[in-house]
Design a protein around this ligand. Structure first.
Ligand code: TXA
Ligand code: MG
Length: 328
């Protein structure tokens, strides 16, 4: 069995133990304010290689470096533009990942061989204490098998990665429930590569308008933004997005119907799940709900398409990817 240690706060002795494993080149899953991360010493290429092996992650998909403060982040980049300064001052620690031109300190495997590095300072006391105890940035993708749902509970990590991880720090459910916003500051104009808890309007308030990258990467393409494969964040069950009350005529097999704000009358045998019509609440609950429906053996999940509008951007993005048809 994978070791799972409950951790109550930044002073918990479990953090010392976890740091020792990381310093020795091992893997530790830890809570952040978004989802659980699968951490390794970000400056140790062999340790980072173990992350790729544990996740079954393609070598072309780089990982985020997690830092405890701006000063250590700056050591990882060759340029710290004014936009980065303003945003880090406002949103760090927090769910904002900045892509910047990498310094020579960053191992090639962290960058997947590219010229940039993604940096994030997580707003979770356990994550920050762990990074400080190791004394180096932690490479940490979401702690799930590649292409699967991100974990919002320690149990999700254990069932997805099992023995591949040396220790799981259990800090309870994560707060935001969706991965960080990724903003690319390495090009001419700031560009969102992945929508998340920090919205385009939040960013624009500090640095002016930002582009939103809505491209889709097909298998075999050169990736303008790595890791943006269309099918991603996917449950085992087939997920379909529907207009309220539709899609139920062919409800064969084990079907769940997820309503937003209200539930229509449902045929016998269809399990109804009601979520509030509130983007933040749905974001916080979404992955855990999909995990539960998977574990309960549902084959099809019909979920009401969220409304248009920026508040729902991140939820719509994850649902689009989770419902995309399997390609390769
Ligand atoms: O909230 C989060 O960001 C979580 C927690 C654990 O911090 N981490 C996370 O990592 O979601 P991951 O690896 O599951 O997703 C990171 C995304 C991937 O799609 C990857 O391709 C992209 O960030 N990425 C990493 N480095 C990049 C870079 N240098 N340029 C562009 N994209 C990058
Ligand atoms: Mg991930």
């Amino acid at each position: 069995m994978t070791r799972l240690l409950q951790v109550t706060g930044p002073e918990d002795p479990a953090i010392r133990e976890a740091a020792a494993i990381l310093v020795a080149g091992g893997l530790v899953a830890f809570p952040t304010e978004t989802v659980y991360g699968l951490g390794a010493d970000g400056l140790n290429p062999e340790a980072v290689a173990r992350i790729y092996a544990a996740k079954g992650r393609p070598a072309t998909n780089p990982v985020i470096l997690h830092v405890a403060d701006v000063a250590s982040g700056r050591q990882m980049v060759s340029r710290w533009p004014e936009t980065a300064r303003l945003l880090a001052e406002r949103f760090w620690p927090g769910p904002l990942t900045l892509v910047l031109s990498a310094s020579e300190a960053v191992p090639a495997i962290v960058r997947a061989g590219g010229p940039t590095v993604a940096l994030r300072c997580p707003a979770h006391p356990v994550a920050l204490a762990l990074i400080r105890a190791v004394g180096r940035p932690l490479a940490a993708p979401s702690a799930n098998r590649s292409q699967h749902l991100s974990p919002t509970l320690a149990e999700h990590v254990a069932s997805s990665l099992g023995e591949a991880v040396d220790l799981i720090l259990d800090g309870g459910p994560t707060e935001a429930g969706l991965e960080s916003t990724i903003l690319d500051l390495s090009g001419e104009r700031p560009r969102i590569l992945r929508p998340g808890p920090i919205s385009p309007a939040d960013l624009a308030g500090f640095i002016g308008p930002v582009d939103l990258w809505e491209g889709v990467v097909q298998a075999g393409d050169v990736q303008p933004a790595p890791g943006m494969a269309e099918r991603h964040y996917a449950p085992r069950a087939r997920l379909e997005l529907v207009a309220p009350g539709t899609g139920l005529f062919a409800a064969a097999g084990q079907v769940a119907y997820v309503g937003l704000g209200a539930l229509p009358p449902l045929p016998d045998g269809v399990r109804g799940v009601l979520l509030p019509l509130d983007a933040e609440a749905v974001g916080a609950r979404l992955y855990a709900l999909l995990h539960e429906l998977d574990n309960a053996g549902f084959e099809r999940i019909l979920m009401e398409r969220p409304p248009a509008g920026e508040a729902w951007l991140a939820v719509r993005d994850r649902l689009r990817r989770a419902s995309a048809k399997e390609t390769a």
